[in-house]
Design a binder for this molecule. Sequence first.
Ligand code: NAP
Ligand code: DHK
Length: 441
Amino acid sequence: MGENTTLLCVPLISHNVEDMLVQMNRAKASGADLVEIRLDHLEAFRPSEDLQRLLSDRPLPALVTYRPKWEGGEYEGDDHTRLDVLRLAMEMGADYIDVELQVPIIGLVMRERGWISRILCPKFGGYLTFGTLEAGKESAPGQLTMKELLNVYNIRQIGRDTKVYGIIGNPVGHSKGPILHNEAFTSVGLNAVYVPFLVDNLREFLHVYSSPDFSGFSCTIPHKEAAVECCDEVDPVAKSIGAVNTIVRRKSDGKLVGYNTDYQGAISAIEDGMRGSYGATDKIGSPLAGKLFVVIGAGGAGKALAFGAKGKGARIVIANRSYDRAKALASLVGGEAISLGDLESFHPDEGMILANSTSIGMHPNIDETPISKQALKSYSVVFDAVYTPKVTRLLTEAEEVGATVVSGLEMFIRQAMGQFELFTGLRAPEKVMREAVMRNI
Ligand code: NAP
Ligand code: DHK
């Protein structure tokens, strides 16, 4: 991948000169190209003395900014004084000064929606992007840290011909996708980057980002169902599930093709869990065949699990908070619908399989669980799609009553491996992807 010329700038927002000088050295050590000295954050600022101390022997080139309140800064004085100070900074050797209306234009968008402007800056010839020394040290909302820019997004390697992939959702900041896919791209030497797209309207997003450079997307809540309608073609299984979590821009004709890798991820994880080990090789027939497979939830993940288990010959029961959705999904897979309340007394078989596909128990509500420990005794295998925390209360209690448990993390890794192969046509680097997730979960 080619190098780029975009500069990495660490914003310094200390309230005194001593701390600003300490942060300047930390910025140098972090790999930054320059620092932004935000004079408007300094308390008891003495222009001549303080600029002298800040600019002499500085370890990095300095952009001097004196941001007024009316532009989101802290300075409340008159503008003539402010501009005089910036002139003084120039005379004292500042490498750059920031004047609100002056070129070069440094086009950056604020907050989570603007993350892509800060990461993809080098791809579009951006002059500069900001990276903070740590979270909480931002000089404007939406700034990423130097570590994220360098180590997660490999920003030094992004160039004009870098292909862009990403996760589309709302919210999207929690996703581990950028960590996992960017490490995978790097490990196979692909000139590509995977970024978070905070999106409200999927159809509008796909219309705006219609360039072939935007090569593929993961879809999460709340866009999986809408994605079925937004793709030019949809894989038959994804169409029957009614949920797309992977969109690929076909190289030959630019068409958007939708797939669902959630169901493969979840079902293969459960099968291997039942065979006693992940990645089991004796894949002769499915251990799900003939079993009673109870799905809690009827959303995107629930549909994937129900259709996936059905395809393996299991008998399906859907339990859901909204009973009408349980009935609709059950009828699609030739199964039975029950209410959440029915779960507690539902044990027509021994050795049943339970799969939670609701967000119950997901961080921060980690004390919640969709079913009592007593009722869990009727299940031999329990899967939880929730993977934050890695071991939910449901899985903890299932293990305590002797069930085999399968984590949503295993589903997440496997659905991502399927996506990687659809994105790139290459075999997924499983070891790299597993280690990347385990380091960051
Ligand atoms: P979704 O389409 O919004 O479906 C959410 C489901 O959860 C619906 O059936 C909903 O019931 C039910 N639900 C939500 N809050 C509930 C509550 N407080 N009490 C009872 N039921 C509740 O979401 P999704 O895409 O299927 O994702 C669901 C969960 O699976 C999320 O936690 C997501 O993180 C996880 N997931 C994990 C992976 C993975 O790779 N491990 C992949 C996909 C999803 P109603 O129908 O009544 O609204
Ligand atoms: C979560 C899902 O539900 C998957 O279907 C997506 C996304 C990835 C995530 O990165 O959190 O493929």
